[in-house]
Design a protein around this ligand. Structure first.
Ligand SMILES: [Fe+2]
Length: 297
């Protein structure tokens, strides 16, 4: 079923942070990633699954999202995919070529219709999964991107990259490229920034344990715990030491082409509710502000 998608999933994010040592300490010591490599001037961190890395850190003056990297399915014709993405308003940054990142693979870098950089990689290394009992994420789940034009950005993913719309709410679009209900979320906002990066766990109790590890280290929860409407995933949001919003999540709804695509009327909540459980305190002001603040560079 998933083979019809030219993109098989979200492989990694590439971030710039002002203090690499602090970032490594946070993301390995508390968040639950492990160091995969120091190479090419970057630090590569991995989850417990088979991706060679899921977070690349580079030093910069201010926190920023340099790119996110989607993995093309093995059978995807990259030349055709690039042409399709350009026809949908994307702009290539260089030619199709081997990526210089740890994990290798062949691919290309491009800008979407407003200049956010994304990369496509195909045939990158897969590493042996390393599952532990330490409540570490196994892969990236999704990224949420703020947009001033929801229709424009949904069209780019659907027409340019072959995604399918799973659900629409009043202000958000959820698009998928495998059986996960969403891999990219587009959220209407006054800015074209990163909203958050979500890390997947194998079960919801690991989300709680990983969240407890954050609270132990004096990183309060920004929103959660709860269970989302669209996607039905369990969530806990935090703000990292640089102001980047990161989410521990699990149990994303698995769907196929028989899923009935929902609209705003399907996702209205009773007064006082914004998730299925209704136990989480309101989102913190710090989290709300951080969800708008991180630029794509
Ligand atoms: Fe999320």
């Amino acid at each position: 079923m998933t083979d019809r998608f030219p993109i098989s999933g979200l492989r990694s994010v590439e971030l710039e942070v002002p203090d690499l040592d602090q970032a490594i300490a946070f993301y390995t010591g508390i968040w639950g990633l492990t160091e995969a490599a120091h190479a090419h001037g970057h630090v590569y961190l991995r989850c417990e699954g088979d991706d060679p890395y899921t977070v690349r850190l580079s030093k910069g003056n201010a926190p920023a999202m340099l790119s996110y990297t989607l993995r093309a399915a093995d059978g995807t014709d990259l030349t055709a995919l690039l042409a399709r993405a350009e026809a949908a308003g994307g702009k290539a940054e260089g030619a199709i070529a081997p990526l210089s990142d740890f994990g290798g693979g062949n691919g290309f870098s491009m800008f979407d219709t407003v200049g956010r950089r994304l990369r496509i990689v195909q045939g990158d290394d897969r590493v042996a999964a390393d599952f532990t009992e330490l409540s570490r994420p196994d892969r990236l789940s999704h990224i949420n991107i703020n947009t001033t034009d929801l229709e424009r950005d949904i069209a780019f993913y659907v027409d340019g990259l072959g995604f399918t719309v799973s659900d629409r709410s009043k202000i958000m679009g959820f698009v998928r490229t495998n059986s996960d209900h969403h891999t990219i979320v587009l959220a209407t906002a006054p800015v074209e920034t990163l909203n958050h990066i979500a890390f997947n766990h194998r079960n919801w109790e690991d989300v709680m344990k990983a969240s407890g590890r954050m609270v132990d280290e004096h990183h309060p929860m920004g929103w959660g715990p709860g269970r989302h409407g669209p996607g039905d995933n369990v969530f806990a949001y935090f703000v990292d030491p640089f102001g980047i919003v990161v989410e521990h999540t699990a149990e994303m709804l698995q769907i196929d082409e028989t899923y009935r695509v929902g609209g705003p009327a399907d996702w209205t909540w009773p007064p006082g509710r914004i998730d299925h459980w209704g136990i989480a305190p309101p989102k913190t002001e710090t989290c709300k502000a951080a969800q708008l603040a991180i630029p794509f560079k």
